[in-house]
Design a protein around this ligand. Structure first.
Ligand SMILES: CC(C)(COP(=O)(O)OP(=O)(O)OC[C@H]1O[C@@H](n2cnc3c(N)ncnc32)[C@H](O)[C@@H]1OP(=O)(O)O)[C@@H](O)C(=O)NCCC(=O)NCCS
Length: 192
């Protein structure tokens, strides 16, 4: 597997994870603001297990959910990146773009700036034909980021998250798609 490159933007560095990212990652995973649209806050060991899975994903696929550093502001603000979701749904297999940032650093455009770089990496370096993103219907912040990076939603793609039981308030999800420039969103193949 080729080494994952670091991505640099005007204000951010998207890099592989370091051991000292784990305490701040656990803090943000325990913050009710951050986990509002996740089933539950994570304990320290659950947060570390997630960091382990993120690392394993980089090793397996050569890309993943990068740690986001804001030089001069914070060494670790959260993650933004690309991942192969483990769920089965009408749009899988696929590559998704996702994000989770410390609430102390929200609304400064960091997620959007990092996501644009991750999207460009997916299309230009990985040569993906399509990248998707999904979230709980009511997660307007996340949906706003999807819209700002040019992704589009078709209501016919809405779906019930397969790991959440019927009646769960977070079950209904919206799906956004983005196709590589020059490629139509219809019937694009996804390479794993
Ligand atoms: C989603 C998230 C990564 C966004 O990070 P961010 O760095 O604040 O994002 P940006 O600053 O690039 O953009 C946020 C946009 O949401 C808008 N926004 C903020 N709060 C909002 C709200 N309550 N309703 C609607 N829009 C809202 C902001 O105004 C901004 O849009 P604008 O530039 O048009 O003004 C961050 O909120 C987060 O980590 N949330 C918790 C984890 C999560 O939900 N992840 C996604 C799960 S799929």
């Amino acid at each position: 597997m080729h080494p994952t490159p670091e991505l640099q933007t005007e204000r951010l560095v998207l890099r592989r994870w370091r051991p000292d990212d784990r305490p701040p990652f656990a803090r943000l995973n325990a913050d009710p603001r951050v986990v509002e649209f996740l089933p539950a806050p994570l304990s320290r060991s659950e947060s570390d297990a997630l960091a382990d899975r993120i690392e394993a994903h980089f090793e397996r696929h050569g890309f993943g959910l990068w740690a986001v550093e804001v030089p001069g502001v914070t060494p670790f603000a959260g993650f933004v990146g690309l991942a192969v979701p483990r769920i089965e749904a009408h749009f899988t297999p696929c590559v998704e773009i996702g994000w989770r940032l410390d609430a102390e650093h929200w609304n400064r455009g960091y997620a959007t700036e990092a996501a644009r770089a991750a999207l460009a990496f997916g299309f230009e370096t990985l040569q993906l034909a399509e990248i998707v993103s999904f979230t709980v219907e009511g997660n307007l912040r996340s949906r706003r980021v999807m819209e700002k990076i040019g992704m589009t939603r078709s209501p016919s793609d809405d779906f019930d998250h397969p790991v959440l039981p019927e009646g769960h308030t977070l079950r209904r999800h919206v799906l956004y798609r983005s196709a590589r420039p020059g490629i139509s969103c219809e019937d694009v193949p996804v390479a794993e």
